[in-house]
Design a binder for this molecule. Structure first.
Ligand code: PMP
Length: 363
């Protein structure tokens, strides 16, 4: 295979509960997983019912064009159906974008401490990564603008960002979009958008109308509670969307996922409940960190990065101690943050179990 494929470092997913139970001799039911930015409420009941109803058709192929799901997205975001690309999770959208717009030896720009799949998607197409140093744990958009080269075809921006939880205000993003050359596609990855306080919300779809090189990416894995079903979507003008759909596998979103996603998109009560639970869980965790004297990065997502020591072994060491107590969180050493752990915000009792274990560990 190509050298650039052999050079890829595999994605490190959160450890599954069953694996931790086996490895540490624990009861699965006692394990708390706060490692993958999942929705602690699980899937909405409305989506579960829609999925179960769809089961009777499971012998058939899914709708290759996802008509009903696109209709629901179209209705919710006020864009025509030919502006929408459906993905098997938003990871799929990110990868499809790299395949559609970037050739080997061209370059892709993204930020230090940003989502791991940007590096993977870049490497998968044999492109060169231009990784721009972070500023206060977030994207330095001015530096990212300057980093764009004549051979750059794609820029990945996460807002809010994972794993740091930082947020870029609308004005900064808009100034950035104005400066990006029109032959460079900007992927604005809004996986955690639904957790933003209403006062911080901005209209990225208006930018999609204005900028033919902008692709907004959304997921149903976080606030919508459908991580296991794998649904994401991209919104861009038809010229971009047409290219994405040529690369997209025809049946990339399965029929159960499509049915559940339609229901979840329309379940605003569930969305509101998820965001509220997240806000109170964030306060619960960060207040405890303050009492414990632990530094954390203020987060706008459904997770928070906390510094668990002053040496580069700290993240791995505290992570192992937590695993032994049945708490799964995410070490971020591979992101270049070896003194930190990323904690997904859970139910109040899950957050409490994590905090108790952390206190026992740090003494
Ligand atoms: N973008 C960001 C910034 C993320 O944190 C994640 C989830 N970890 C994703 C995209 C992908 O999520 P999914 O493929 O489940 O939609």
């Amino acid at each position: 295979g190509p050298e650039y494929v052999r050079a890829i470092a595999p994605y490190q997913a959160g450890k599954p509960i069953s694996e931790v139970a086996r490895e540490f001799g624990l009861d699965e039911a006692s394990i708390v997983k706060l490692a993958s930015n999942e929705n602690p409420l699980g899937m909405p009941e409305s989506a579960k019912q829609a999925m179960l109803a769809e089961m009777k058709e499971i012998g058939r192929y899914p709708d290759a064009n996802g008509f009903q799901l696109k209709a629901a997205v179209s209705e919710k975001y006020g864009v025509p159906q030919d502006w929408i690309t459906l993905g098997n999770g938003s990871n799929d959208i990110l990868e499809i974008a790299a395949h559609a717009f970037v050739q080997p030896n061209q370059s892709v720009v993204y930020a230090e401490y940003s989502f791991a799949v940007y590096a993977l998607a870049t490497q998968a197409v044999g492109a060169r990564a231009i990784v721009v140093p972070a500023k206060d744990f977030g994207h330095d958009l001015q530096a990212m603008t300057k980093a764009i080269q004549p051979d750059t075809r794609l820029v990945f921006i996460a807002n809010p960002n994972n794993p740091t939880g930082t947020f870029l205000p609308a004005a900064e993003l808009e100034a950035f979009l104005k400066q990006v050359p029109p032959n460079v596609v900007v992927v604005l990855d809004e996986a955690y958008n639904e957790y933003l306080d209403p006062s911080l919300q901005y209209d990225s779809i208006a930018w999609v109308r204005q900028y033919p090189n902008l692709l907004v990416s959304r997921t149903m894995s976080k606030a919508y509670g459908l991580a296991g079903l794998r649904v994401g979507f991209g919104i861009a003008q038809p010229q971009l969307t047409d290219l994405l759909n040529r690369i997209r596998q025809p049946f990339n979103v399965n029929s159960l996922a499509q049915a559940a996603a339609v229901a979840a998109l329309n379940d605003t009560a569930f969305l509101r409940k998820s965001a509220e639970l997240n806000r109170s869980g964030y306060r619960q965790l960060t207040r405890a960190f303050e009492v414990m004297g632990l530094e954390y990065v203020p987060s706008f997502g459904n997770f928070v990065l906390v510094r668990v020591g002053q040496d580069d072994g700290a993240g791995a060491r505290v992570n192992l101690a937590l695993l032994k107590q049945g708490i799964i969180v995410r070490p971020v050493g591979a992101y270049g943050l070896p003194q930190w752990l990323r904690i997904s915000i859970g139910l109040p009792e899950e957050n409490e179990a994590f905090l108790a274990a952390l206190k026992r560990t740090l003494g």
